[in-house]
Design a protein around this ligand. Structure first.
Ligand code: B12
Length: 806
């Protein structure tokens, strides 16, 4: 029996932990567990056999970490270790049959362990290649591919795509969330579920990080958005550290009872992650086999998603921001020609603030490399906004380039009823996933009756089905034509709209403003037509969210039709009005990120929004009026502090913190350039370093610039610097003053070690310390010579030291 056949029939049990089992047999921290496939095959085989004997149907080959990056510097190749892993699963499956006959072996794929650009140096294609190599190595030996312990939706996409493109095996993807139920991107699992459904994977789920109790709390929400079978593999509780080792508190019986509740909620497959043992799996199989399983249900949701936000269409009507389309927009045209993507970022942020739900991205201009421009625009826009994007192009090459690197499940604009277009676009939708807009025109043009447009809509939906694209993933555009050439046009579009909704049960979309082409006071007609369209069932309008009249039409419709619960939005918005040409900084915000910047200047806001180029530009402007130090004190530091506080509160997530830090660095670079003085005389030489284990270097860099500015030469050892390196450099370079920075409570200990080492080995060297985690009191305790809460203090102390000896 094949894996999917078995899953269709009954509850499928996966095995439990491998890593914690191997640690009990002597695996040390830092060892690569997969090398044991060759070094200690008998131990791996025993783990597999124990799980099969406990009743598991699926065992995971010991391939979790076999990626080219982790194997760098070892004598092993991916192919060697994967092949050895499947020799062991083959043997185990032969030795121990399951109640379904021969069990199944999964090619287990874990996270690469690197961050994507711009946070790290991994590109989407690097990740895709890395995963493809593993899939190719295992595809002929595995029964299924299990992509697991993934927290970044972008990495899930790379892995799922690699699995789909390089094999015909069933693909299971389970993700890991924190205790707050969120992914690394800050999004809820539904973002990733929407994307993975679009990528046509077979099973999704949760594993690792949490115990079954915490996962049970998340499960109802997870299941509510998911129309695929679900696998849940929790840890055996949350770990506590006892004598330096992780101990998991939930025993087999309790684990089994909690997993049984998952079945009652509607999960189809169960397994275990860290800390689970064959006893956990045995008890789970014993108890859960008796519980009838619920069927998988189609939730019929039309979801588009970014990595951190999901928008459900066909519920309340939505706004698609139209401002990122060069037609009729001179500034945008120039920006595209000049490759000024920060202008596009600004326009995106502006529309987000104005309340758009989704952003249209169209970069079509004559003479432009559309594929490159579209890809770059999407990459850059998704760095700054959490809104899902609508990829809008008539070029299949540009479409594919953007769909490939898009982080989430996009809206795809568009396909039409023309056979040639459907043949080009549907394969892309099948490959990358997305909700696709079907235009009601074909080889014969645009029908001039509603009936004709409904017929084309039907044809599009039927053709899409052949590719496995479901009706819920199609929105029909019944096409807006101008009433200036035929007044009946509006009525035809509207009739088609409601018939698509009522007769075909599909969602709809319209570019609204074309209705008034060639007429005066266009917004008046547009906004009234928009209201009519909403009343005829429009799911989403492509409009300018900054237009007062359009916005008002939308908000009033929502208020009158009950889409604005308790009229909260209406009351909040209409105490103050918004104009379409209002500059970004003056727009009343609907986004939490900009609220955070309240009271700060433009630099602070750009740091909190994480827009590097704009942070730099604003700094250049500000330097004409204000002192560099004032900018640091009034904008950079407060913005970073707020980012830190929001991070601590859990309203800001690591990618955002990283983007903010990068923007602060960009602002700071501008300041540094300006502060470089022409001074040539060196007043003294100073070592600066952020201590081992700590990678925060913004503060240390500020200290460096000030010291240099005051005529000192700085030997910057960078961040994460071991005590020995500081000592060796101080000795070799005959240094008299060392400055150390530490930002975390956990790294203060390393600062202390460094201070002690320096004072023991080089008693004449003075050590000054600083960094947000430090206090005067801590500094005294570690016997540092000097502490300063800011960079200027470092300069004064250096002056004192070098004056004394001069
Ligand atoms: C930016 C930032 C990051 C960036 C760092 C980028 C970079 N290149 O530096 C990134 C995103 C990478 C990051 C990562 C992490 N961060 Co962080 N981060 C911050 C943040 C928001 C701002 C730090 C900063 O740059 N401040 C501005 C500078 C100018 O201030 P400063 O460093 O204190 O420097 C001034 C003075 O202290 C002094 N000074 C500094 N050094 C020296 C040296 C000498 C000799 C002297 C005299 C003076 C001096 O002069 C400077 C100018 O006046 C803080 C929050 C905060 N409010 O501090 C959290 C914070 C420091 N991070 C934190 C954490 C937990 C992390 C992570 C572990 C997150 C994670 N879960 O992975 C990782 C740690 C990675 C590691 N191993 O180090 C915690 C630390 C908690 C604690 N008390 O231990 C904080 C406090 C956030 C929080 N509230 O939770 N972070």
């Amino acid at each position: 029996m094949k894996f999917l056949e078995a899953l269709n029939k009954q509850t499928i049990f996966f095995d439990g932990a491998m890593g914690t089992q191997l640690m009990e047999q002597g695996l040390q921290l830092g060892d690569i567990p997969e090398t044991w496939n060759i070094l200690h095959p008998e131990k791996i085989l025993r783990v597999h056999e124990n799980y099969l004997a406990a009743g598991a149907h699926v065992i995971q080959a010991n391939t979790f970490g076999v990626n080219r990056y982790k194997l760098e510097g070892t004598p092993y190749t991916v192919a060697d270790l994967v092949s050895a892993a499947f020799d062991l699963t083959d043997q185990a499956l032969k030795d121990v049959p399951t109640d379904l006959g021969r069990g199944f072996a999964a090619l287990d794929i874990g996270s690469i362990g690197k961050l994507f650009k711009p946070l790290g140096d991994l590109t989407f294609e690097d990740a895709y290649e890395t995963f493809s190599e593993i899939v190719q190595a295992g595809k002929d030996r595995a029964d299924l591919i299990l992509i697991e312990t993934m927290s970044d939706p972008y990495e899930m996409k790379a892995a799922a795509l690699a699995a789909r493109q390089n094999s015909d095996l069933p693909v299971v993807v389970t993700m890991t969330v924190g205790e707050d139920g969120r992914l690394f991107s800050g999004g809820k699992p539904e973002c990733a579920v929407a994307m993975l459904e679009g990528l046509q994977v077979d099973v999704v789920g949760l594993n690792c990080s949490l115990g079954p109790e915490e996962m049970l709390r998340i499960m109802p929400e997870f299941l509510a958005c998911c129309s695929l079978p679900v696998l849940v593999s929790p840890n055996a509780g949350l770990p506590t550290i006892v004598d330096g080792r992780a101990v998991y508190g939930i025993g087999p019986h309790r684990f089994a009872l909690l997993q049984n509740k998952m079945l009652e909620l509607g999960v189809q497959a169960l397994g275990g992650c860290c800390g689970t043992t064959p006893s956990h799996i045995r008890e789970m199989v014993r108890i859960c086999s008796l519980t009838p399983r619920l069927p998988v249900t189609e939730k019929n949701l039309t979801l588009v998603a970014s990595s951190s936000r999901v928008v459900a269409l066909r519920k309340a009507p939505k706004i698609i921001g139209e401002r990122l389309n060069p037609t009729g927009k001179k500034k945008l045209k120039t920006a595209l020609k000049e490759k000024n993507f920060s202008y596009l970022q600004q326009e995106a942020l502006k529309q987000e603030k104005q309340g758009a739900d989704i952003l249209d991205v169209n970069v079509g201009l004559p003479g432009i490399d559309e594929a490159w421009t579209m890809k770059t625009a999407v990459q850059r826009i998704q760095q700054v906004t959490s809104l899902p994007l609508q990829i809008d192009t008539s070029s299949p090459e540009a479409m594919e380039a953007a769909l490939r690197i898009y982080n989430g499940k996009p809206l795809i604009n568009s396909v039409s009823g023309k056979k040639e277009t459907m043949d080009q676009i549907f394969p892309l939708v099948k490959k990358y996933g997305g909700v696709v807009i079907g235009l009601t025109l074909d080889e014969n043009g645009i029908p001039d009756t509603a009936q004709g447009r409904v017929e084309i809509a039907k044809k599009i939906i039927q053709e899409a089905e052949k590719y496995g694209i479901r009706k819920k993933d199609i929105l029909i555009d019944t096409l807006t034509l101008t009433i200036s050439t035929g007044q009946e046009q509006a009525a035809i579009t509207l009739e088609a709209l409601s018939r698509v909704r009522d007769e075909l049960g599909a969602g709809t979309v319209l570019g609204v403003s074309n209705v008034s082409f060639g007429l005066p006071n266009r917004e008046w007609i547009n906004s009234s037509f928009f209201t009519l369209a909403l009343e005829h069932g429009l799911s989403a309008g492509i409009i300018n969210p900054g237009s007062e009249l359009m916005r008002r039409a939308y908000d009033l419709f929502c208020a009158l039709k009950g889409y604005d619960p308790k009229l909260t939005n209406y009351i909040e918005r209409y105490s103050e009005e918004i104009k379409s040409d209002t500059p970004l900084s003056a727009v009343k915000s609907t986004s939490q990120k900009s609220d955070l910047a309240a009271g700060l200047g433009a630099i602070g806001e750009m740091i909190l929004l994480g827009v590097e180029e704009s942070a730099a530009k604003e700094t250049e402007k500000a330097l004409k009026e204000r002192e560099a130090l004032q900018i640091i004190d009034e904008e950079l530091i407060p913005a970073l502090s707020r980012a830190g506080e929001a991070f601590e509160k859990g309203t800001f997530f690591l990618p955002q913190l990283l983007m903010s830090a990068a923007a602060a660095q960009a602002a700071f670079k501008v300041i540094r350039e300006q502060m470089k003085s022409g001074e040539t005389r060196v007043r003294g030489r100073v070592i600066l370093a952020t201590v081992q284990g700590d990678i925060h270097d913004i503060g240390k860099n500020i200290v460096k610039v000030l010291l240099e500015n005051y005529g000192f030469e700085v030997l910057d050892l960078g961040k994460d610097v071991p005590p020995e390196t500081v000592l060796e450099t101080a000795r070799r370079e005959n240094i008299r003053l060392v400055g150390l920075s530490a930002l975390m409570t956990t790294t203060i200990a390393n600062m202390r070690t460094t201070v002690e080492l320096l004072q023991r080995e080089l008693p004449d060297v003075k050590v000054m310390v600083g960094g947000a985690a430090l206090t005067e009191e801590y500094a005294r305790q570690m016997n540092a010579d000097f502490y300063s809460k800011d960079a200027m203090g470092a300069v004064h102390y250096a002056e004192q030291i070098f004056a004394e000896k001069a």
